[in-house]
Design a protein around this ligand. Structure first.
Ligand code: DCC
Length: 201
């Protein structure tokens, strides 16, 4: 019989860094605080400028290993009448948490995302999103995020904790739909470096 695995761990444990985890270190070539981060992929639901129904989030580098962004909730984002859908809010937080990885120059995917919905978020509200990395252990990146209504100091509506796992570029070329992968590699051969870091496949 095999021993316990990460999947057997209690849910909360998955988001608690092990004692040997390290403080995150801002990469020396990370974008300067205030710099707007470009989209990693035109068709990304979170940040892609060409996505017809996407959130079109633009993240901004902060001090440390952190980013901010703003999202105006619209009619298309409703779950209950006049209120934002929880999945849309989780997507927005996943996007800014993912953008934090750029400050480490790490390519990583979401392994676990845990959200607490504290307040309903009305359509037309502007959500101020912020995310920061709290710890790094080998390929694992631990981060936390907040969404506040109306201003960066506004009421806390949603918070999230997340675990990202660093992956090689082969993760995308192996698992992604071939036509999309081929198109992006043809049209943007430097995609892995576009956000100011290089990736060794
Ligand atoms: C072109 C554009 C470029 C840029 C592209 C940028 C993309 C950003 C996209 C935005 C974010 C997304 O939407 S991402 C999309 C949603 N997420 C996904 O599709 C991910 C699907 N899941 C996976 O592919 C896989 O499970 C992975 C890659 C996450 C992990 O698989 P793996 O590579 O086999 O790794 P594995 O050995 O299992 O685990 C790695 C480490 O994490 C630990 N670990 C694993 N699970 C847990 C857990 N629940 N709790 C604690 N720890 C865990 C393991 O113990 C290990 O630690 P140790 O032994 O190393 O210490």
């Amino acid at each position: 019989m095999s021993g316990p695995t990460a999947s057997d761990a209690p849910a909360g444990a998955a988001l608690t860094p092990p004692p040997e985890a390290e403080e995150p270190v801002r990469h020396p070539d990370a974008p300067a605080p205030g710099t707007l981060l470009g989209s990693h992929y035109d068709q990304c639901f979170g940040c892609g400028p060409r996505h017809p129904h996407g959130l079109h989030l633009v993240s901004r580098a902060s001090d440390g290993v952190a980013v901010t962004a703003e999202l105006r909730l619209q009619g298309d984002h409703q779950g209950a009448p006049g209120l934002a859908h929880g999945g849309v809010l989780a997507s927005a937080l996943d996007e800014v948490l993912g953008a934090v990885n750029w400050m480490l120059r790490a390519v990583a995917v979401t392994r676990r995302l845990e959200t607490d919905y504290l307040l309903p978020v009305p359509v037309d509200a502007v959500l101020h999103l912020s995310a920061r990395c709290t710890a790094v252990h080998r390929r694992k990146i631990y981060s936390t995020a907040e969404a506040r209504i109306g201003s960066p100091q506004g009421p806390l509506a949603v918070r999230a904790d997340a675990l990202y796992v660093e992956v090689p570029m082969a993760h995308f070329t192996t698992h992604g739909r071939a036509e999309d992968v081929e198109a992006v590699l043809r049209d943007r051969p430097g995609i892995a470096a576009d956000r100011a870091f290089e990736v060794n496949p």
